[in-house]
Design a protein around this ligand. Structure first.
Ligand code: SF4
Length: 399
């Protein structure tokens, strides 16, 4: 049983569904396109085994959110979803008002399917719209077109999804600022309550990156990329959305609780190949973190589950400096930034190698705002470069 006391706050659960009908050229998520029925059934059996195994180790933790992500979770038939739900429900204490999200692609859902998953208990849907321009969807290798995307959103509402999110991308090759912003304007007009706005990055190891390196894809300049983000953000906030995190905009009360738990340094369990878990406790302000992650290999994962052993590739426990820095960096992703608990905590941060000069430098460039002893947060422009800012500050522990 659980030798750690990691369960004082309800946790989030992530379930990875590593299958897609085909691979999008820009995607570096772990997902496979080998979709035999046998493989799917074997996978769901393995997930159930892992859910049991982890519950035996850490106990029946209280759960505030579940997120079925991928991959393409909407590839699963209703029986598979029911089995996962049943397994989680048996082994964990799922709060009555828990947020249960499922990611879905417009080409793999219809009204009947949506009504059924709603009945099973999914109460939040995140639809991978990405763009409402057909040429852009083709460029991204998406399997749907804009008509299917619009239909998917309409049918999700009809099926009773009161909590609905869509993903929209910007910064696509050859995209103009006006096109990127008009895409967001059209997406908002679909009437959703949550919108995730992601800049396209040609990640290493993807076909899109190879094309980019061969000079075949003219990505927007840094200045245009920044304008796309800033103008889209301004439009959404003008429409009553709050940018509660760099890429996430929500109407009041529709913030994604599952993701808030990550950024607020809450505990989570991840099931499936490549899934990460973190069990976190806090006593009198002192945090303890145990983190572990699974092999990024479906066959290996299934073999391990058949033997009733975990698929954990590695585990780490963080020292207190690393924990302190991680908490600060996670909160820098959020609009409110990080509030220092006390003067002592503030001075502790500033004592990290070079921290003060890095932060002063970023404040001079108007990317960060620091209220000494009180809080630190990104500015509007800082959000555009948040990844670089976070990497820069985090190297304070590595120098
Ligand atoms: S559907 Fe999503 S997870 Fe699957 S390949 Fe495309 S971007 Fe990746």
């Amino acid at each position: 049983m659980n030798s750690y006391h990691y369960s004082e706050r309800p946790i989030g659960i992530y379930v990875h569904i590593p299958f897609c009908y085909s691979k999008c050229g820009y995607c570096d998520f772990y997902s496979l396109t080998d979709l035999s029925q046998k493989k799917l059934v074997e996978y769901i059996d393995s997930l159930e085994a892992e859910i049991d195994l982890i519950a035996e180790t850490y106990g029946s933790l209280e759960v505030q959110s579940i997120y079925l992500g991928g991959g393409t979770p909407s590839i699963l038939n209703l029986e598979c979803i029911e089995n996962i739900w049943e397994s989680l429900n048996t082994k964990y204490r799922i709060n009555e008002d828990a947020e249960i999200t499922m990611e879905a692609n417009p080409d793999s859902i219809d009204l009947k399917y949506l009504r059924e998953i709603r009945k099973i208990g999914i109460n939040r849907l995140s639809i991978g719209v990405q763009s409402l321009i057909d040429e852009e969807l083709k460029l991204l290798d998406r399997r749907h077109d804009s008509t299917q995307a619009i239909k998917a959103v309409r049918e999700a509402r009809e099926a009773g999804f009161g909590n609905l999110s869509i993903d929209v991308m910007f910064g696509l090759p050859s995209q103009e600022i006006e096109t990127a912003v008009s895409n967001v304007i059209e997406a908002e007009a679909l009437g959703v309550d949550h919108l995730s706005l992601y800049g396209l990055i040609p990640e290493p190891g993807t076909p899109m990156r190879e094309q980019f390196e061969r000079g075949e894809l003219p990505f927007p300049s840094g200045g245009d990329y920044a304008e796309m983000y800033l103008q889209s953000s301004a439009f959404l906030t003008g429409k009553g959305f709050r940018r509660y995190e760099i890429s996430n905009f929500a109407r009041k009360g529709f913030e994604c609780r599952h993701n808030l738990n990550y950024w607020n340094y809450g505990s989570y369990l991840g099931f499936g190949p490549s899934a990460h878990s973190a069990l976190i406790s806090c006593e009198k302000g002192e945090y303890r973190v145990k983190r572990f992650w699974n092999y990024k290999d479906l066959d290996r994962y299934v073999r391990r589950m058949k033997k009733n052993t975990t698929a954990v590739e590695d585990t780490e426990e963080l020292d207190s400096d690393k924990i302190a820095l991680e908490r600060l960096l996670l909160r820098l992703r959020m609009e409110e930034g990080y509030r220092f608990a006390s003067d002592d905590e503030y001075y502790r941060f500033m004592s990290f190698d070079d921290m003060k000069s890095r932060i002063d430098n970023l404040c001079d460039k108007r990317m960060l705002v620091l209220e000494p002893g009180k809080a630190i947060r990104c500015t509007d422009v800082g959000f555009v470069y948040a990844d670089e800012i976070i990497a820069g500050i985090s190297s304070s522990l590595n120098t």
